[in-house]
Design a protein around this ligand. Structure first.
Ligand SMILES: Cc1cc2nc3c(=O)[nH]c(=O)nc-3n(C[C@H](O)[C@H](O)[C@H](O)COP(=O)(O)O)c2cc1C
Length: 196
């Protein structure tokens, strides 16, 4: 039910974008807001997954959310590769890339010529993780796998991602059905100061 609602919402949003329709008014209630806040607070890095693959329908929703992330001057200095191919995943694992046994690996690549691309890719990554969470899927951001994909020994594997010349992997995301529900790690509230 939740997935069907999100799917319809995304579908309408995508149609509105494509048709350049006049302003679309989305009415939200207080409870919608609460659900969004709960979704943010419930997200945890998942490091154990069931073998069940992520459906194309869920991936389409997550990718629509991904590319709707903000970016400086709307440059969208990212490329996204969704990898479910078992051979390619095995090759990345052989190189030492640890994606915690997730059945899907998302590779986010940044435009090396764009000074804001790290930030923009980070925002895109968060959209991926929060939309996946809303669909009851688990994720884990993986800087280590992106670094592995940038090494010389990974050249042949990374070539299969078909990235434009000025792009390189900046962050990967493990995606799948969670097989654990870890507690939240401690957060330091003292990092926040209200300036009067
Ligand atoms: C940029 C970035 C890189 C990360 N790289 C890894 C990684 O290589 N491997 C891993 O298991 N977790 C990685 N993480 C996940 C963090 O360890 C995790 O977000 C942090 O411990 C907080 O836990 P939480 O996500 O459950 O709230 C990364 C997170 C970020 C934001």
């Amino acid at each position: 039910m939740k997935k069907a609602f999100i799917f319809l919402f995304i579908l309408f949003a995508a149609m509105a974008t494509e048709l350049q329709a006049q302003q679309v008014t989305v009415t939200t209630s207080v409870s919608d807001g609460v659900i969004i806040v709960e979704n943010i607070l419930a997200r945890r890095s998942i490091r154990k997954y069931t073998p069940q693959q992520v459906s194309r329908q869920d991936l389409d929703i997550i990718m629509e959310c991904a590319i709707n992330a903000p970016s400086a001057m709307n440059k969208q200095p990212w490329q996204i590769r969704v990898v479910q191919n078992a051979d390619l995943l095995a090759k990345i694992k052989d190189l030492g890339g640890n994606f915690h046994g997730a059945p899907t690996l998302i590779v986010i690549a940044k435009d090396k010529t764009n000074g804001s691309s790290d930030l923009d890719c980070g925002l895109l990554a968060q959209n991926i993780m929060l939309s996946a969470q809303a669909l009851d899927l688990g994720t884990c951001a993986l800087g280590s796998v992106a670094r592995t994909l940038c090494t010389d020994k990974a050249k042949d594997v990374t070539a299969k991602l078909d990235l434009p010349a000025n792009y390189e992997p900046v962050l990967c995301i493990a995606l799948g059905h969670p097989d654990q529900s870890p507690d939240a790690k401690p957060r330091d509230a003292k990092k926040v100061k209200y300036i009067d």
